[in-house]
Ligand binder design. Structure first.
Ligand code: AMP
Length: 482
């Protein structure tokens, strides 16, 4: 059979994917569309909005990318400077990089330009790349907001908008940025919103952004892949290091992600592992973008078999063949458990997830069991007696964590989401509401004497006069993706 004929046989052809795209999908090994692709591609090709409940690993990147690519290919190469035809918003830099990789793979030979806009790396090269206009821009919301604010990017021509991992955006405090960005895109745009879970805020967001959307759900909320064998090892916090090292001595643990709730904890686990003779890479929000990418690459290509990560890495990272996920501790939010263990058992492969649980974490374990709707078997018990379940003293054991050490919720210990309490007041100069539109910078040259970093702000982009080092001068909070 010729390549051409093979491509014709590709199940994507029946979904409306043709020509170069079909060939590229075939070459990438995408021959049988996944359920989300079967459901999401045809309505998007028809021009419908999509509301998808799906986790990363379900194949959703191709589900939104193929329809957009097929439409953009038909448009030719004429673009206005500083514009993007399609915008894909992702909560983390790693996910954004991964999305661009997939799009490049699927668009091979199709003359489609892509660009990444991410925090933590130089903005100069990003501005340069989007200056002539691009077909598909993949971005994290923080840096994108900066570029729009400075007039380096115009969203008025953006006719396709994808919001990936909506619930994660919410967790990271990006929701008001997302709303503002969406408002700045073309009013007749086509939108796809994906989220692994469905908190009320996401349902509200969908109501505001989507028009007559087709709702797609590929796996029931908070279910875990059937291929993942899950269990619990009971161990006190101070025993966990030894328990982990003993576990890792087993060579069957070929490729392991160890999750830690805090950044400090992740560093400590990595150091302890090194002392015990294990080479591990570490990835968390306090690491530079380069260090994060290097850790991920080393883990992906097998040069290290252990990756220690905080929840920032729990979603979006698609490293094939992860054999084990170890939860060194339980996440603050039960939903994160589902995302953590979803790093293994991908693409129908087997996976093992082991959770180390100190008696003080029993409540969190119960919450996890509630949302996954199953009781996790205890495969080892290092607690000895007395039984901590019956000893109230054990239950009050506390692990002290340094301030701002948590990846989630901006390090807030009150559990409130940054940006949800004050509606983005800090980020956008004080007016509550968080719904203000971008006021586009007047076209043409900057006024003489205007500072390139925006001394002359159009209305709606006035600088915050208080202590806004975080926003405008100093480093972005480490837990934020951009
Ligand atoms: P995603 O949920 O988009 O991150 O995709 C998860 C994994 O599935 C990625 O490694 C994709 O390359 C792969 N994938 C997506 N769709 C298909 C398909 N139709 N056939 C084979 N692999 C796929």
């Amino acid at each position: 059979m010729t390549n051409e004929n093979q491509a014709d046989q590709n199940g994507f052809a029946t979904l409306g994917i043709t020509g170069a795209l079909l060939k590229a999908a075939n070459a990438a090994g995408f021959t049988d569309p996944k359920p989300i692709q079967v459901q999401a591609i045809p309505p998007q090709i028809e021009g419908r909005d999509i509301f998808g409940i799906a986790q990363t690993g379900s194949g959703k990147t191709a589900a939104f990318a193929l329809p957009i690519l097929s439409k953009i290919i038909g448009l030719g190469t004429k673009r206005r400077p500083k514009t993007a035809r399609a915008l894909i918003l992702a909560p983390t830099r790693e996910l954004a990089v991964q999305i661009e990789d997939t799009i490049k793979l699927l668009a091979k030979g199709a003359h489609i330009s892509t660009a990444l806009v991410l925090g933590g790396v130089s903005r100069y090269s990003q501005v340069k790349k989007i200056a002539p206009g691009v077909d598909i821009l993949i971005a994290t919301p923080g840096r994108l907001t900066d570029l729009v604010r400075e007039g380096d990017l115009i969203l008025a021509d953006t006719k396709w908008l994808v919001l990936d991992e909506g619930d994660r955006m919410l967790d990271m405090g990006f929701i008001n940025d997302v709303k503002r960005i969406a408002k700045a895109t073309a009013p007749n745009r086509q939108t796809a919103l994906f989220s692994a879970t469905m908190p009320n805020e996401i349902a509200e967001l969908a109501k505001g952004l989507l028009k007559d959307a087709v709702r797609i759900e590929v796996s029931p909320q908070s279910t875990t892949a059937a291929e993942i064998v899950q269990s619990v090892v009971l161990a006190r916090t101070k025993q966990k290091r030894q328990v982990l090292s003993k576990m890792l001595a087993d060579e069957a643990m070929r490729s392991v992600i160890v999750f830690s709730r805090t950044k400090h904890g992740a560093d400590r686990v990595t150091k302890d592992l090194a002392r015990d003779g294990f080479d591990a890479a570490v990835i968390h929000g306090n690491k530079s973008q380069n260090a994060r990418q290097k850790a991920l690459n080393d883990f992906r290509d097998g040069s290290v078999r252990i990756l220690v990560a905080t929840d920032i890495a729990a979603r979006g990272i698609d490293v094939p063949g992860i054999s084990h996920v170890v939860n060194f501790d339980l996440p603050d939010e039960a939903e994160s458990y589902v995302h953590r263990i979803g790093r293994t058992g991908r693409n129908g492969r087997d996976g093992i997830a082991i959770t180390l649980c100190d008696p003080s974490e029993n409540g969190k374990l119960r919450q996890v069991e509630r949302i996954i709707r199953m009781k996790l078997p205890v495969i080892a018990d290092h607690l000895g007696s007395p039984d901590p379940q019956r000893d109230p003293k054990e239950r009050t054991e506390r692990h002290i964590e340094p301030a701002n050490d948590r990846e989630q919720h901006g390090g807030r210990r009150d559990g409130r989401r940054p940006g949800s309490g004050n509606n983005g007041k800090k980020r956008f100069g004080g007016k509550p509401g968080g719904e203000r539109q971008f006021a586009p910078k007047p076209q043409g040259e900057r006024p003489a004497g205007a500072k390139p970093n925006g001394e002359h702000k159009p209305d709606g982009f006035k600088r915050f006069k208080g202590n806004n080092k975080r926003r405008f001068g100093g480093k972005r909070p480490a837990n934020r993706a951009a």
